[in-house]
Ligand binder design. Structure first.
Ligand code: HEM
Length: 154
């Protein structure tokens, strides 16, 4: 193990784990606690407006943690000298999750633009796959990444 890593490993691993907590936990909270309650709002315009606002806040909140998780992962790999399949699998999972996140981020911006122009049908269409497919995919991948992290630790 590298000596610099020995010195900073607690903080680096802590930052890697807290990033996972915020990113994956944030998505789970929105999907299972916030989204069902939003569905109970009867006025469609308010429902969509609030959904866009909440999802926008989540996406901005997790953005720095996505970068942080990867930077810390690289430091851990260099510091410990990890090699092998699980590392590449985690890299692949992170990449898919980040691409999916970027797609959702863009879709939300497009939905917000349509919403602001009063085109609610188009705004709704942009957001359609988020709660049913895209967010669940990232939740499952995030949980797999956490499990692989525990396995890597041994
Ligand atoms: C996709 C988002 C990711 C999540 C949610 C995540 C989650 C976690 C968690 C919770 C742990 C702690 C396990 C424990 O303490 O027992 C961990 C450890 C680890 N992760 Fe990640 N991780 C992610 C991405 C990555 C990436 C991209 C890599 C490398 C390419 C990586 C490499 C590692 C390594 C090497 C460990 C072991 C640390 C140690 O030796 O204690 N992770 N990960």
């Amino acid at each position: 193990m590298q000596t610099w890593f020995e010195e900073y490993k607690t903080i680096i691993i802590f930052l890697h784990i807290i990033s996972a907590v915020v990113w994956v936990g944030g998505m789970i909270a929105i999907k299972f606690a916030v989204h069902p309650v939003i569905q109970s709002i009867e006025e469609p315009k308010i429902k969509l407006g609030k959904t866009l606002h909440i999802v926008g806040r989540l996406f901005n909140l997790v953005m720095p943690f996505i970068a942080l998780s990867f930077i810390c992962a690289l430091l851990i790999i260099k510091g410990v000298g990890y090699t092998g399949g699980f590392i590449h699998l985690k890299e692949a999972i992170w990449t898919i999750m980040t691409l999916n996140y970027t797609y959702m981020y863009i879709k939300r911006i497009l939905a917000q633009k349509s919403f602001d122009l009063g085109d609610f049908a188009s705004a709704k269409e942009h957001m359609r796959l988020l709660p049913t497919i895209l967010l669940p995919i990232n939740i499952v991948l995030g949980i797999v990444a956490i499990f692989l992290g525990v396995m890597l630790r041994g």
